[in-house]
Write a protein that binds this ligand. Structure first.
Ligand SMILES: [Zn+2]
Length: 266
């Protein structure tokens, strides 16, 4: 209250002075009003109002950040309705690791040819595609995963061909990893696997062996929805003769690309 007394005295009793003094008086009055406001804020409990006001502002920021992050997580990592999804294709084996060997036909070559055909089909559909290997080189599994994670792929598909001691074994199977720590990625991977398997069967008429759980390094360690495709048995005479034909591989690749497309549009 002291401040009010002083102001009143100065304002009402000293105002009979010259214009210059009046200007000074108004200047002082302004400063006093300002300091009075500050002292009111800090002394009359207005500080609690100020501290409440600040969190409101922060709360708005936090809410909008959370919303943004949730949107990014929803869009970017699992169900990617991104403008330009990035598909990571991983041709199995390579270099010193041939995979399954049937005479002169090696799994590593079949997988790379298939990956290149899928790449073309996906690019025709407007998707961006990165291959972990585009030639006959050995690539450790950790390097394949690093590429996928570093490039922040929307999804990951590893291409392989199967073998079994029983030459009757045939058909296509797709693996995904079940992770209790990341239920959302598990769900999305399984969904991706189903989309791809159905389209492969549609395109080729091959036997479906189903979408299965598999604890393979490349699909376990990648951060995005991931599948490993076993595109048929090289140890089955009928399937092997089909897989050696480029037309057939094209159909298979088209099926995988359509499955990816279906998944991304679901
Ligand atoms: Zn393989």
């Amino acid at each position: 209250m002291h401040c009010f007394d002083t102001l009143f005295r100065e304002f009402f009793f000293d105002r009979v002075t010259s214009m210059q003094s009046q200007r000074n008086l108004f200047k002082r009055l302004g400063m006093r009003l300002f300091s009075l406001f500050l002292s009111l804020v800090f002394s009359l409990g207005a500080s609690s109002w100020a501290s409440e006001a600040l969190p409101v502002k922060h709360a708005v920021q936090i809410v909008s950040f959370r919303k943004h992050r949730e949107q990014r997580m929803k869009i970017g990592s699992h169900r990617p309705h991104l403008a330009h999804p990035l598909v990571i294709l991983d041709a199995g084996h390579g270099g010193k690791d041939p995979g399954v060997k049937m005479g002169s036909i090696l799994e590593k070559r079949l997988a790379l040819t298939t990956a290149l055909l899928i790449k073309r089909a996906l690019e025709n559909l407007g998707y961006r595609v990165i291959l972990t290997r585009s030639r006959d080189v050995f690539l450790p599994l950790s390097r394949r995963v690093r590429i996928a994670n570093k490039m922040e792929g929307t999804l990951f598909a590893s291409i392989h061909y199967n073998s079994a001691p029983n030459s009757d074994a045939k058909g296509v199977e797709v693996y995904y990893t079940s992770s209790p720590k990341d239920k959302e990625r598990t769900k999305e991977s399984k969904h991706l696997g189903n989309c791809v398997l159905h389209q492969m069967i549609d395109q080729t008429g091959m036997l479906s062996r189903g979408v299965k759980k598999g604890n393979f390094y490349v699909i376990r360690e990648t951060a995005m929805p991931s599948i490993l495709i076993e595109g048929g048995f090289m140890t089955n005479l009928q399937e092997f003769s089909q897989l050696k034909k480029r037309e057939f591989l094209s159909k298979l690749a088209q099926g995988i690309a359509s499955g990816v497309d279906k998944y991304l549009k679901s």
